[in-house]
Ligand binder design. Structure first.
Ligand code: NOJ
Length: 936
């Protein structure tokens, strides 16, 4: 145990490269500088005779007029308002990596036939085509130099290579003098130094890092030499861009080359295990999603840069860009520059026009989030480490004694025999099956950790099997790569090898994973991968994977491949299959299909609590709605007030888990005494009361890609004041949450957008005023408001776990808007199996309008109640209470009936208090269509 801590605390921020220390970053930035200076003209031209338009694809050849290298481009006009641009070398020395699509896309996207070639093209200058049902979308490919514009109603939305940064370093032989890459001035030498250099020295410096690169004494042998790709992508008229997690930055991304408060380095995407990460930084963290969303009043657009190699993104904004737009007025524009170390250009553009359109367009390409088991959205209790079986039993009992619900208890690496995953340290956990069954009996679950490195130990079956199957990642000399991680000397199975996937999936079968039961689920950590002995604490780039591909090409998807195999393993272990639960630290485009992710090793500090909101909002709009941050902070010991505030915030974030480093003091919710225990209990209970609401949001995210927690600009797309707001957000479209993130706060400002009515979530009092309103803050809760117009389902009985609430009755909160109307939904299924895919679920639409409140079915699968397995076994679940807020005409009588029993109308009992009406026990079942009428 002691050894592992020593290893990790050796890691320092200077272990990570800056742009200036990364040769392809230097080269591409310098290329951009050259392109923006003076008379530069991009050397890439379309060879116009090669242009072909067929089945929704415009293809042709490009030539780099400086070195005569040829490229193939393809522009696919896709269904769903999306466009794909692919560019590769025509005759590469050897194939370039183009396998990211197999990991990240759920299928090859379909081209649309809804397009028309524009005859006025004059094929000499440009090629253009209109698409979309109304043909109001247009793509224009300019030939000399090559650049592309995407327009809607003749207004440019996204442009490519308009700034001339397109730079495709073709593969070359080392000694071929003709094929030197574009020589550039190194940005890390100052002018004086530059002057004293001889021509020869300059050339040497310029070529540094092309064929070999060293960082902190670790050599990257670059057998393929320079092979980076770069492209500028602009969003004319868009002042805000979001996305490209994972960074500890602002929601609305900052500029990276100048600008107010901007960064000096580009945003970096390179999955890394960063020890004690800094806040407000563009440096890389554990996961990478090269997806960026641009938003302005009236339009949203997005791009996905499908590349899994190390990638950097520069962002600059211009204040006055009339030239781009023809709007006739000064509009801000955002210009971005993307470059990756290797691979090909494969970029998707999503043209919205709304954010929800984009989430749908992006999700139908890369997959929507998997619907989790219902326990997964309850509260999780973790720590590095629960010491032994007795400790687990005591913590479990502690929750019951203190009347605090929870769903899952977690075991970190110390539960294993010498960090050999799939094993148990039998001195601490002598009967793991009994331990899990004891937990399971209370409706709870357990999670154990399984990391991607494998202890090099001939007596360890996992090691032996992996070695015998020849599925280990090789070093550049062809030997199994040896890296240092928790167990010491380790090997790394190549999760990109189908044989490794097949093998690993089977390791989760109950008869393979000894001591596992159906109550056990999995946590994937260190899958960036973390290699303590490697460059930047990760794998060397020149390692060799399946089919001979260098690690360099696929680094950012490696962790996801491990996550995918683990998740499939859990699916396959039961028949019929159950939904998996696997938390992963590393992530990439598509990870949402395999399970939640979390933001890694944060700190027990107020600013880390504050940073969790923009981080999770960003990850959510980038396609992974199920994410969380360690509640309480991983490193350090939170003071009770911070811990309470963190629970109160965590209860309103999608993945809700308390976790702490092995060196920290114990901090189970009852250890700080009163009043703190009560505050934490209340926060966790609020989560449980709202589980039906959360579960419904998860179901919707799994079908339309809508993030579960939503930035203000997603809910109020036309309100410019919200565009950079990140300290308050919505859960769905109904609950406005304002985390309290500083010590001793007694009031805070909340921004109430729009002309809606808002109600205090706890007191149901109407909020007076709109815009910025100062509200009082107490220690027992954070400000949460219900937006008028929404109906939310709750379960209000306190139980020990989500499963214990399975058949509980519902309370519906109807928060009326100014027109006296409200709508909402409720989704319910067995919370565990895949039966819902065959229609065995309840999906209700609630609607309150003109004094009539109805519940109707949204079950599109048309599985009638008597054939619906879920309803059959849950048909007696009732509504026990309906609370209507903001009613202006108080009813004299309230009548309720089932829609198919219209003659059987019943008068319902109700209570009125000011403008709130409470109907107790309306005697209606949740699964049926019904109507409640308010008679004045
Ligand atoms: C690093 C993870 O980020 C942390 O959550 C975990 O506790 C340790 N590894 C030990 O497994």
């Amino acid at each position: 145990m002691v050894v592992t801590i020593l290893v990790v605390s050796a890691v320092k921020p200077q272990d990570f490269r800056t742009c200036a220390q990364t040769s392809f970053c230097r080269r591409n930035r310098a290329y951009a500088d050259k392109a923006t200076s003076g008379s530069f003209i991009s050397p890439y031209n379309v060879i116009k005779d090669t242009i072909n338009i067929e089945d929704g694809i415009i293809s042709g050849e490009l030539i780099n007029t400086e070195n005569r290298v040829l490229f193939i481009f393809e522009i696919h006009i896709l269904i769903n308002n999306s466009v794909r641009i692919r560019i590769n070398e025509k005759n590469p020395l050897k194939p370039r990596y183009d396998r990211v699509k197999y990991w990240s896309l759920i299928q090859e996207p379909s081209n649309t036939l809804e397009y028309t070639e524009n005859s006025i093209n004059g094929k000499d200058m440009f090629t253009s085509l209109s698409f979309g049902i109304d043909r109001n979308h247009k793509v224009i490919i300019y030939h000399t130099p090559f650049h592309i514009e995407l327009l809607i109603n003749d207004v440019p939305i996204i442009t490519f290579n308009n700034r001339g940064f397109f730079n495709f370093e073709h593969l070359r032989k080392k000694d071929d003098p003709v094929n030197k890459p574009e020589l550039v001035i190194q940005p890390d030498i100052n002018a004086e130094e530059a002057e004293i250099q001889t021509e020869e020295e300059k050339e040497e410096k310029q070529e540094e890092g092309l064929w070999e690169e060293t960082f902190n004494g670790k050599i990257d042998s670059k057998p393929n030499g320079p092979e980076s790709i770069g492209l500028d992508i602009s969003f004319p008229g868009f002042g805000h861009v979001y996305g490209i997690p994972e960074h500890t930055t602002t929601l609305s991304l900052k500029e990276t080359r100048g600008g107010d408060g901007g960064y000096n380095d580009p945003y970096r995407l390179y999955n890394l295990d960063v020890f004690e990460y800094d806040l407000d930084s563009p440096t890389a963290l554990y996961g990478s999603i090269p997806f960026m969303l641009a938003h302005r009043k009236g339009a949203s657009a997005a791009i996905l840069w499908l590349n899994a190699a190390e990638t950097w993104i520069d962002i600059v904004k211009s204040k006055d860009d009339k030239s781009f737009l023809g709007f006739g007025k000064a509009t801000p524009s955002t210009h971005t520059h993307w470059f990756s170390e290797s691979g090909i250009i494969d970029v998707f553009a999503f043209l919205g026009p709304t954010t929800s359109d984009i989430f749908e367009q992006y999700g139908s390409l890369t997959g929507f989030t998997a619907l989790p088991q219902s326990f997964a959205i309850g509260y999780h209790q973790c720590r590095w480490n629960y010491l032994n079986q007795r400790d687990v039993a005591e913590v479990d009992a502690g929750f019951d004694e203190n009347d605090i619900p929870y769903d899952v208890i977690w075991l970190d690496i110390e539960h294993t025999d010498g960090k050999k995953y799939f094993t148990w340290d039998k001195t601490k956990f002598s009967d793991p099956e009994k331990m899990q069954k004891d937990i399971g009996r209370k409706g709870r679950k357990m999670v154990t950790i399984v990391d991607p490195h494998v202890k090099r130990d001939d007596n360890y079956y996992i090691y032996k099997e992996a070695k015998d199957l020849d599925i280990l990642i090789k070093d550049k000399d062809g030997k199994a790569f040896d890296g240092w991680c928790w167990p010491g000397s380790s090997v790394y199975p190549d999760w990109t090898n189908p044989k490794a996937q097949d093998w690993f999936v089977k390791k989760f079968a109950f008869d393979q994973y000894e001591g596992s039961t159906e109550y056990l689920f999995i946590w994937n950590d260190m899958n960036e991968p973390a290699v303590f002995s490697g460059p930047e604490i990760t794998a060397p780039k020149d390692l060799i994977h399946y089919e001979g591909w260098e690690h360099r090409n696929l680094h950012n998807l490696f962790g996801m491949a491990f996550h995918a195999a683990t998740s499939q393993g859990l699916i396959n272990r039961t028949n019929p299959n159950h939904r998996p639960f696997v938390l992963s630290r590393s992530f990439f485009v598509g990870s949402q299909r395999f399970g939640p992710i979390w933001t890694g090793d944060n700190f027990a500090k107020w600013d880390h609590l504050a940073a969790s909101s923009p981080m999770l909002l960003t990850i959510g709009i980038s396609g992974i709605p199920f994410s969380g941050a360690d509640v309480g902070g991983f490193f350090g010991n939170p003071e009770p007030e911070l811990l309470v505030r963190w629970y109160q915030t965590g209860a309103f974030q999608p993945f809700f888990r308390g976790h702490a480093h092995i060196d920290t003091k114990r901090r189970e919710p009852w250890l700080f005494g009163e009043p703190y225990t009560s505050y934490i209990r209340d926060a966790i209970r609020q989560r449980y009361i709202l589980l039906p609401f959360w579960y419904t949001l998860f179901q919707e995210a799994s079908t339309n890609g809508m993030p579960i927690i939503r930035p203000m600009f997603v809910v109020f797309p036309d309100n410019e004041e919200t565009f950079a707001m990140e300290d308050q957000y919505f859960v769905g479209n109904s609950l406005l949450v304002k985390p309290i993130t500083s010590q001793g706060q007694t009031s805070t400002e909340v921004y109430f957008a729009g002309k809606d009515i808002y109600y205090d979530y706890y007191t149901f009092k109407k909020v007076q005023g709109s815009g910025k309103v100062r509200v009082d803050v107490l220690m027992n809760k954070i400000p949460v408001f219900l937006r008028g117009g929404s109906i939310i389902p709750r379960r209000q009985r306190f139980r020990r776990s989500s499963l214990a609430m399975y058949s509980d009755p519902f309370t519906l909160i109807v928060a009326l808007n100014k027109k006296g109307e409200a709508t909402g939904t409720l989704y319910l299924d067995d919370g565990k199996s895949y039966e819902y895919q065959k229609g065995h679920y309840i999906y209700r639409k609630f609607n309150f309008t003109s004094g009539k409140f109805t519940s109707t079915s949204l079950n599109n699968d048309q599985v009638q109640n008597d054939e619906n397995n879920y309803i059959r076994s849950n048909k007696f679940i009732k509504i026990e209470r309906i609370i209507i807020l903001g009613i202006d005409k108080l009813p004299k009588k309230i009548i309720g009936y089932y829609n198919d029993l219209i003659d059987d109308k019943k008068e319902l009992e109700f209570k009125i208090s000011k403008d709130i009406v409470i109907i107790r026990n309306p005697k209606l079942l949740i699964s049926n269509d019904w109507t409640i009428e308010f008679v004045n």
